[in-house]
Design a protein around this ligand. Structure first.
Ligand code: GLC
Length: 715
């Protein structure tokens, strides 16, 4: 704690301290959350703003970057750092102090409403991408907030559901990305999840907040609640919650909405959450009730002092403490940031390209500019900016697939084929809302799409799903009549390319009937630019799947309702550490496309693979050659099989990876180092153990395309 902070703490009265541990309405009306400053002592206000895909300052615009799952599909932590720096500078440009992102929760169920806002089913990939993003954000002089701590893996009944999860699964699967955010990314803030973990609300969870986060991991930053996610005064204060957000009642926060428009039962009996969070029964648990608890001696004032000092230290660390903002209303010069610059627009495009996964290609891609192209799809003329909810962004500019392809091909036709897919939006002012009903049913016809496809050299069908915060999806099928459309087009067209814009895994019933499939997730404002660059071969589709594509939702460990969405407010995490590809491997289920899968326009040979034990773990090298005719990107993936562990362990667990670009004919020796901790398992009594004995190292192009294995003895 700096001397400034100590001195300020001594000066602040009890009432002034209380004012600093719960939010208030932002007088400017742009922030997502606001903590008033203290003019008397020169403490500036603190403004916090969503979200993981771009800055959502109310009523304002920002660069709409690709969804987090698209960034994760790049398997490029350096790109994550560049993204973090850019979104951090846009946060500063909006005169906001804290960004409420990234979200690093594990993608446990394929129908998760917020899967697009998260990275992966794998903790190692999630951790690498989260650390890169956080370091970037905070390099811009603003604070990052890693969220939602922890086991927030579904939207259904999110305010009440208890994730009943073993300590081992927490430690090996759900906590690692948060631990890395703290211990490696030095994240300034952690946001508690709405849900309970083993029966205790996360904002009241003393063991996970104080013993683990602040104790074991030595987190010295700020623990902030999710919005209306605080559930008590004394328990939360003691547990380690430091800041209650937003700190005002719904009707004050959303003044345009009247009180009775909020569901007074935050969790209707059918188990699906209502659109709105529970209305707090006090304007702020950390307001008057906390003052009373301190004055009565129920809570020692030192607990309040710790919370206030964490807030002030965060301001001090980002250089916003006592900045000119307090007097002149503007941040210090070095945090003026930048907004919607050419560099940010190019970065949004580059991330979309590197996140694009080429699932199959019979050689139809890349296309030639001289090809005539029939662009087909209900929403193909609009960029897929993101999903619904707090992550929505309103960009300055956007390019849909149709415009992108028209900029590269001479002869382009366009048919929707079926009715537009509605796009969920929580904030009516977002661009997402504009995409709804962009055409009436009368204007769409599969027959028209079929004839356009039949008369073109190639049909490119753009299909998408609709995901949003607040609810989970009903299935992983493409919504509406998009599957019928693809079937009909594939039958008529000479060549058919399907472009998927989905929030996660999706069923592909027409897979054998088409010639190529690209997964672009929610590519953001540069959607059409990136798609055209990949379709016409200006860039290699650089993505690898961060999630397993099963044949149906039934293939996943969350197929049973006791697992998801749970029964009687409890979701049983019976699968333990066997989530995603770990589960598919353990149950020997053949995925449609495995974790880590992705083709390239180049052709890579994995020549000599060496695995050598070191004092710290083991080093892997792969001699990689691009024997194709085009430059391309490879992602060398290294998995471990912890065969020395005396407990059931997954067949393979991602432990390291390296992305590399190689020109045609080029080669490189790619190193991947594994720390000895990569071979550890968590024992609920003894903690982390690296067992003596032989383990297996798998080196491959994906979790199922293994090119070399070796046994290693890690002492
Ligand atoms: C939302 C989300 C959280 C967001 C916050 C502020 O309910 O869960 O991710 O940052 O509230 O909008």
């Amino acid at each position: 704690m700096g001397s400034d902070v100590t001195a300020l703490l001594e000066e602040l009265t009890l009432a002034e301290k209380i004012r600093l541990v719960h939010g208030a309405a932002d007088p400017d009306g742009t922030a997502t959350g606001y903590v008033p400053g203290n003019d008397r002592l020169g403490i500036p206000p603190v403004t916090v703003v969503d979200g993981p895909l771009g800055v959502r300052a109310m009523g304002e615009r920002a660069t709409a970057f690709p969804a987090s799952i698209a960034l994760a599909a790049s398997w490029n932590p350096e790109l994550a750092r560049e993204f973090g720096t850019a979104i951090g500078r846009e946060t500063a440009a909006h005169d906001q102090d804290v960004l409420l992102g990234p979200g690093v929760n594990i993608i446990r169920t394929p129908t998760g409403g917020r899967n697009f806002e998260y990275y992966s089913e794998d903790p190692h990939l999630s951790a690498r991408m989260g650390v890169g993003t956080i370091e970037g954000i905070q390099s811009a002089g603003v604070s990052a907030t890693v969220k939602h701590y922890v086991a927030n893996n579904q939207e259904t009944n999110r305010y009440e559901v208890s994730a009943d999860v073993s300590e081992r699964a927490l430690r090996e699967l759900y906590l690692p990305a948060f631990r890395a955010a703290v211990e490696e990314g030095d994240v300034d803030a952690v946001m508690t999840a709405y849900n309970r973990v083993n029966g205790i609300y996360m904002s009241d969870h003393e063991r996970l907040l104080s013993d683990v986060l602040k104790g074991e991991w030595d987190f010295d930053g700020l623990v902030v609640s999710d919005w209306w996610g605080t559930r008590s005064t004394v328990d939360a204060a003691r547990a380690g919650l430091d800041l209650e957000m937003p700190g005002v009642e719904l009707t004050e926060y959303f003044p345009e909405m009247d009180a009775d428009s909020f569901d007074d039962d935050p969790n209707p009996p059918n188990g699906t959450s209502s659109d709105f969070p529970p209305i707090p029964d006090v304007s702020a648990y950390f307001g008057e009730p906390l003052r009373e608890a301190i004055e009565s001696g129920e809570i020692d004032e030192s607990i309040l002092d710790d919370k206030v000092s964490r807030l002030l230290s965060m301001l001090e660390s980002t250089g916003r403490q006592n900045v000119a903002k307090c007097e002149t209303g503007s941040p210090s010069d070095d945090s003026t940031g930048e907004l919607d610059t050419p560099a940010h627009r190019e970065l949004a495009r580059d991330i979309a390209i590197e996140g694009t996964v080429l699932l199959t290609n019979d050689g139809v891609l890349p296309l030639s500019e001289s090809d005539s192209v029939a662009v087909i799809g209900p929403n193909a003329d609009a960029a897929k900016l993101g999903g619904g909810g707090s992550s929505e962004v309103s960009p300055f500019t956007e390019t849909g697939p149709l415009a992108g392809i028209e900029s590269r091909a001479a002869d382009v036709s366009f048919e929707r084929g079926v009715n537009p897919i509605a796009e969920s939006s929580f904030f009516g002012d977002s661009e997402l809302a504009d995409a709804n009903g962009s055409a009436s049913a009368a204007e769409t016809s599969i027959d028209d799409a079929v004839s356009a496809a039949a008369s073109a050299d190639c049909a490119v069908v753009i299909a998408q799903d609709d995901a949003t915060e607040f609810t989970d999806r009903d299935s992983i099928e493409l919504p509406g009549r998009q599957n019928d459309l693809i079937d009909a087009v594939a039958e008529a067209a000479e060549r058919t390319v399907v472009v998927l814009r989905t929030s996660g895994p999706v069923e592909l019933p027409w897979l054998d009937a088409v010639d190529a499939v690209l997964e672009t997730w929610y590519p953001g404002q540069a959607d059409g630019e990136a798609l055209a660059a990949v379709l016409f071969g200006d860039a290699d589709p650089g993505g690898r799947l961060p999630v397993t594509f099963g044949r149906s939702a039934a293939d996943y460990p969350t197929a049973d309702e006791t697992a998801f969405p749970g029964t009687d407010d409890v979701a049983q995490y019976e699968e333990g550490v066997f989530v995603g590809y770990r589960y598919f491997d353990d149950c020997d289920i053949e995925p449609l496309f495995p974790f880590g899968h992705g083709q390239s326009y180049a052709t890579f040979e994995y020549d000599d693979v060496t695995v050598s034990e070191t004092d710290d773990g083991c080093d892997v090298t792969v001699d990689l050659r691009n024997v194709g005719t085009r430059a391309g990107k490879a992602v060398v993936q290294v998995y471990v099989g912890k065969s020395a562990a005396p407990v059931p362990t997954p067949e393979r667990e991602l432990a390291g990876f390296e992305s590399v670009e190689l020109g045609a004919g080029d080669s490189a020796t790619v190193p991947v180092s594994l720390a000895r901790e990569a071979f550890a398992y968590y024992d609920e009594n003894s903690g982390w153990i690296v067992p003596d004995g032989s383990n297996t190292v798998h080196v491959g192009r994906s979790s199922r395309d293994i090119r070399a294995t070796a046994d290693v003895d890690v002492q």
